[in-house]
Design a protein around this ligand. Structure first.
Ligand code: IMP
Length: 424
């Protein structure tokens, strides 16, 4: 049995949802292992567009789908997502949630907003989904877990304590919004009823998975450069999107071989704050943003657009132990006047040997670009017949050689049929 782990190699929004959907046709189980409703995984099938935030993308194909303990679960968002999926004809009967996942409440979102307001110019530019504050409670050992929902009396007691803590400790903050304890608990209890049957104990669940030799696909959210340990800290999210977090974030022990599929766009984007050396000039950026629909799937915010950054990508490829790469959105750069790739960073005329050690250094670098011949949409169509144009081949060979890793799939559009398997 060989599991697969799909990770983002950039700052999120690489098109992981589409790749997970594609790969999930051959697996038995799809697992989310970190993050929360800050993610937005888009899958287009014909005229239908599904945007998933918390639920693993495998649900679209009716696969067993598991929200692991590493995820922070916002019940309100989860139920909204379930309703939307059901209204589109997708069943969620195969959705399971680990009892060890932490619950994200309204006060976490309020604290997220308070923190961002207090930071002023140094704000992270979070999605406002309460992710950081919920993980703070987890590691502060004051969180409430999905499994706590089972004992209603105890759950109410725990939630009351947390609401009181929030109302008392944050009331002096400028953007404080009070939580009405009674009303809020009522709404949460309504939601509790709907998810009780989905809760599973991770050890029992994992035992069954291993015993039945199920084929597993782990689906990461966000991207390597947003990893709280290895990303561009502090402009990161509060979890570990890296591949090896798949095991701690799911509780499925690694009794099997696995393969890591890294997903990267053929350019890059970043939403939220923090340095971004590969950023395009304004006109090109506006063009790419519109053509590539580079607006947040969760927040609708404009994404900053840059060229492919090979220094950052190489760093991400290494950290994830990436076996192969799926490179997305080739259609967006088609028919452009020029294409650039960032191949190095310089500070004071000296080339850096490694990815910058901190954001201060990253914000000082001068990017070195190499120009590439653009490709046409027709040339991309030819790829489906295994015909490679010179420009595409040159680009792919250069990137593969720089990274030392093969690109095995590229995408040329938003639909399932636009994923092309290649071997260069
Ligand atoms: P948070 O995860 O909401 O706390 O946001 C922290 C940083 O991660 C911000 O820069 C967000 O824009 C970014 N971020 C969080 N989730 C995603 C995502 O799914 N795609 C892209 N960026 C994200």
């Amino acid at each position: 049995m060989k599991a697969k782990i799909v990770v983002g190699l950039q700052w999120g929004d690489e098109g992981k949802g589409k790749i997970v959907d594609y790969l999930s046709k051959d697996v038995d189980l799809v697992v989310r292992y970190q993050g929360g409703a800050n993610a937005g995984h888009t899958i287009v099938i014909g005229s239908k567009k599904y945007v998933l935030h918390l639920i693993p993308s495998g649900i679209i194909r009716g696969k067993l789908s598991y929200i692991g303990n590493g995820v922070v679960v916002d019940l309100e968002e989860l139920l909204k997502e379930i309703e939307t999926l059901e209204s589109m004809g997708v069943s969620v009967k195969n959705l399971k949630i680990s009892s060890g996942a932490h619950l994200l409440f309204q006060f976490h979102k309020y604290i997220d907003m308070i923190n961002e307001n207090e930071k002023g110019k140094r704000a992270i530019g979070t999605t406002g989904s309460g992710i950081g504050p919920c993980y703070v409670d987890k590691y502060n050992r004051t969180g409430i877990r999905v499994g706590d929902l089972i004992d209603k009396t105890l759950f109410i007691q725990k939630l009351k304590e947390r609401i009181n803590f929030y109302n008392n400790n944050f009331k002096s903050k400028e953007s404080f919004i009070r939580i009405d304890e009674k009303r809020y608990i009522e709404t949460i209890l309504e939601k509790r009823e709907k998810i009780l049957k989905m809760i599973v104990y991770p050890d029992l669940f994992a035992t069954e998975i291993i015993k039945r030799k199920m084929k597993i696909l782990f689906e990461s959210a966000q991207g390597t450069l947003l990893d709280v340990d290895f990303g561009t800290y502090p402009f990161v999210t509060s979890s570990n999107p890296l591949s090896y977090a798949a095991f701690t974030g799911s509780g499925i022990p690694q009794y099997f071989d696995y393969k890591v599929i890294g997903v990267a766009k053929c350019y890059s984007t970043r939403v939220g704050n923090g340095p971004f050396p590969a950023r395009m000039d304004e006109d090109t950026e506006n063009f790419v943003r519109e053509k590539g629909k580079e607006f947040g799937a969760t927040t609708g915010r404009k994404r900053n657009c840059g060229w492919l950054d090979l220094v950052a990508l190489k760093y991400a490829v290494f950290l994830n132990r990436t076996d192969e790469i799926a490179m997305t959105k080739f259609d967006i750069l088609s028919d452009m006047k020029k294409i650039k790739v960032l191949t190095g960073y310089e500070i004071d005329g000296k080339r850096l040997e490694n990815f910058p050690r901190n954001v201060e250094q990253l914000s000082m670098v001068k990017p070195i670009f190499v120009d590439f011949e653009p490709w046409s949409m027709r040339e991309l169509e030819d790829l489906k017949r295994k015909k490679f144009s010179k420009s595409i081949l040159k680009f792919l060979e250069f990137v593969q050689k720089s990274l030392g890793t093969n690109i095995t799939h590229i995408t040329t559009g938003s639909e399932r049929k636009d994923i092309i398997k290649i071997n260069v």
